[in-house]
Design a protein around this ligand. Structure first.
Ligand code: PLP
Ligand code: COI
Length: 353
């Protein structure tokens, strides 16, 4: 399918991002494509604008929505590049399968994403730690109140120049283990990137924020015994020299940053285990000092050191609340590849220009 391009007559300008909250300013254009009659139609890049939506649209009632998050980075040479975009497209496809939304041609979506970034490339910022956050998403718009798989949908990509996700930047964040709400269960939608998962987790996140924590650390939804992930990132712990991260049991988002870090660790010969990690084991490791470092990882959060974990009313400080050596190394390795400062030895980079 051809992608039509209609440029805006009122281009905006990339401003300073220092005091801009994550994802609150947007570029000039958006990508759109419509699904009906069993096919995708009218792929186009058009000026950024509001949607008109039927009040009975499926997404507004039954949550038929999926999304992705990835970034375009500007290298020191002024070039623009993407990090493993085909992985995001594949995950979005898997999410569409889980949420009974229309499927799409993955190669075409990758082409659309690249074309969109080409159009918006002047919006990719160049300051330290900044990038252009790309948000592909799809939602069902069938104008009927019956509950069914979506047969009409909108595919969209928007973009937002961003700095750090957390106000703390690379400084350690505080995380609270959630004991009341659960995010997902196996068989539910935890491994899909769908809006509903975030809707279900917002209340706990707000409660944690009121107590001074950045996000919650979720336990499994059945036994409430095993560590799963943080609100917007996967989680890793260095215990006695080994990196332990919860295995992908079906209720956790299979993070692309998580996968990349595991590959970086294995390549460097650092022991890493994907396995179930109980909260009891974690608490013991925090008490006896064998928990050496902890960090969250995700596209928005990058590698985010965790300096404190609260559980059952007790606060545990990790690595004296400072960024750990391995955490810093992983941050440098990963961001080095993403921003083109280090060799792309795993073949993860897609160059835009
Ligand atoms: N877990 C959740 C719940 C997330 O929202 C994210 C962010 O996308 C991640 C994990 C990390 O995934 P990725 O590394 O693909 O960004
Ligand atoms: C991401 O890291 O891309 C996320 O989706 C996190 C968040 C902003 C929901």
């Amino acid at each position: 399918m051809e992608i039509k391009i209609e440029k805006t007559e009122h281009p905006g300008k990339l401003g300073n991002l220092d005091d801009v909250a994550f994802g609150s300013v947007f570029t000039d254009h958006m990508f759109l494509m419509d699904y009906y009659d069993g096919e995708w139609h009218d792929a186009r890049i058009v000026p950024f604008a509001d949607f008109h939506i039927h009040p009975a649209a499926l997404v507004l009632h039954y949550g038929g929505e999926i999304f992705e998050g990835l970034k375009a980075y500007r290298t020191a040479e002024g070039k623009v590049q993407l990090f493993r975009p085909e992985q995001n497209i594949q995950r979005m496809y898997n999410s569409a399968v889980r949420m009974a939304l229309p499927l799409f041609d993955k190669e075409f979506m990758l082409e659309a994403l690249i074309k969109f970034v080409e159009v918006e490339k002047d919006w990719v910022p160049s300051g330290f730690g900044t990038s252009l956050y790309l948000r592909p998403f799809m939602f069902g718009i069938d104008p009927k109140l019956g509950v069914h798989a979506s047969k009409e949908a909108t595919m969209c990509i928007i973009a937002s120049p961003v700095g750090s996700y957390y106000a703390e930047g690379i400084n350690p964040v505080k995380i609270m283990i959630e004991q009341e709400d659960v995010r997902c269960v196996i068989g539910g939608t935890g491994e899909a990137k769908c809006g509903g998962n975030y809707g279900a987790s917002t209340r706990a996140g707000e409660r944690a924020e009121q107590q001074g924590y950045s996000q919650v650390l979720w336990l499994d939804g059945v036994e409430r015994k095993y560590i799963e992930e943080v609100g917007a990132m996967n989680v890793m712990f260095k215990i006695n020299g080994t990196v332990v991260t919860p295995e992908l049991v079906g209720s956790i988002l299979p993070g692309i940053t998580r996968k990349s870090i595991i590959e970086i660790l294995k390549d460097a010969g650092i022991p890493v285990e994907e396995r179930r990690l109980s909260v009891d084991e974690l608490v013991t490791a925090m008490k006896d000092g064998s928990l050496e470092e902890a960090w969250g990882c995700g596209t928005a959060a990058v590698v985010s050191p965790i300096g404190e974990i609260a559980y059952d009313g007790v606060k545990y400080t990790i690595n004296e609340g400072k960024i750990g050596e391995l955490t810093q190394w992983l941050y440098d390795e990963l961001t080095g590849i993403q921003w083109g400062k280090k060799e792309d030895k795993f073949g993860w980079i897609t160059k835009i220009d």
